[in-house]
Write a protein that binds this ligand. Structure first.
Ligand code: HMG
Ligand code: MG
Length: 300
């Protein structure tokens, strides 16, 4: 049997949080309904953050309640503090994600506090989550570089990841937030993490600004990482990381994994249907190499 690699689809959150013209709730819902047909088992629906900070993610809780529940699909919402957690809980969300960084400056710009303060806020989220049986995922941004501080010490990534896991996160996703990393530098971060942590509690979240995301994922696979975040049609970017472009496209990740013999559970036709629909809604050329090659062969 082929080994399974889990894909966490982040386009409805990371993909749409940076769009100049926010999609309305109906469009966001239709997008997620399309994604639900693809075989993807984990979908990040949105964020319970301040609408003043990220208007694109406003009413993510209202969106959540409109979605049909599917026992095979784990939905999640980003929650930076107890207020966000309570909104997620109120709509029946069973998994949330807390997010901080290995860089003080990025944490300050992104969530308006220090790393230590962010972890203090998460402690409240963790105890409320435990009391309500909610799973919590953790994000550590700037695994290699920070848009404000430059190179980040891998030991700092290990330190913050361990603190999130010790608090009760079931998994920590390391964000290559600005897409500047190359595989040699990614290797050093995983080496440092894997010296102290099990590969099963780690995930990779690669942005593709310099076209290195697939190379970085290949490196990560070789070091035993088996969970990756991706975004259909390569959508994405962080409003607080200037110049950062989209996440690795789910279509390209699918191609890499399936050609390497990994199982993903993805239905290709449904994936391509969802990818074409959202590109049309956003009036955007899809940057995924695989998606473009796929449509060329379909039309030939
Ligand atoms: P703050 O201003 O420090 O918060 O913002 P505050 O506690 O002082 O509250 C200020 C106002 O925000 C108050 O409202 C609160 O009620 C409200 P007001 O009285 O002014 O009307 N507020 C909230 N509203 C809704 N939901 C909440 C919430 N909390 C407070 N949860 C805060 C702190 C975290 C809220 C703010 O900084 C924020 O919303 N930041 C947005 C961060 C964000 O979404 N960033 C993008 C996602 S992270 C990312 O993309 C990286 C990742 O993809 C990995 C990678 O690529 O590296 C995950
Ligand atoms: Mg991201």
């Amino acid at each position: 049997m082929s080994e399974f690699v889990k894909i966490v689809e982040v386009a409805p959150r990371d993909g749409l949080q940076n769009e100049k013209t926010p999609l309305n709730l109906e469009q966001r819902k239709d997008f997620i309904l399309d994604l639900m047909q693809t075989g993807l088992k984990s979908i990040e629906v949105g964020s319970c953050v301040s609408a003043k900070w990220v208007p694109q993610m406003a009413e993510s809780d209202a969106l959540f309640v409109q979605l049909p529940q599917d026992p095979n699909i784990q939905f999640s919402l980003l929650t930076p503090n107890l207020k966000g957690f309570e909104s997620a809980l109120a709509v029946g969300c069973k998994e949330v994600a807390v997010f901080t960084a290995a860089s003080e400056s990025f944490t300050r710009k992104n969530i308006n506090c220090s790393i230590d303060e962010s972890l203090e806020k998460f402690a409240d989220v963790m105890s409320a989550a435990k009391a309500n049986g909610i799973k919590v995922r953790g994000y550590v941004s700037c695994m290699v570089d920070c848009p404000y501080e430059g190179a980040i010490d891998p030991q700092q990534v290990v330190k913050v990841s361990k603190r999130l896991l010790d608090m009760g996160c079931y998994e920590v996703s390391l964000g290559e937030t600005i897409g500047t990393a190359t595989p040699d530098r990614v290797k050093k971060v995983w080496d440092a993490c894997l010296a102290e942590l099990d590969s099963q509690v780690l995930a990779g979240h690669f942005h593709n600004t310099y076209g290195m995301a697939i190379a970085n994922i290949y490196q990560s696979l070789n070091q035993g990482i088996r969970v990756f975040d991706s975004s259909i049609a390569g959508l994405g970017g962080c409003p607080y990381a200037k110049g950062a472009s989209g996440n690795v496209a789910t279509e390209d990740l699918y191609y890499l994994l399936s050609r390497m013999g990994f199982e993903t559970g993805i239905n290709l036709d449904a994936l391509m249907h969802a990818s074409r629909n959202i590109s049309q809604v956003l009036k955007r050329n899809n940057p995924s190499n695989y998606a473009n090659a796929y449509w060329q062969t379909q039309c030939a």
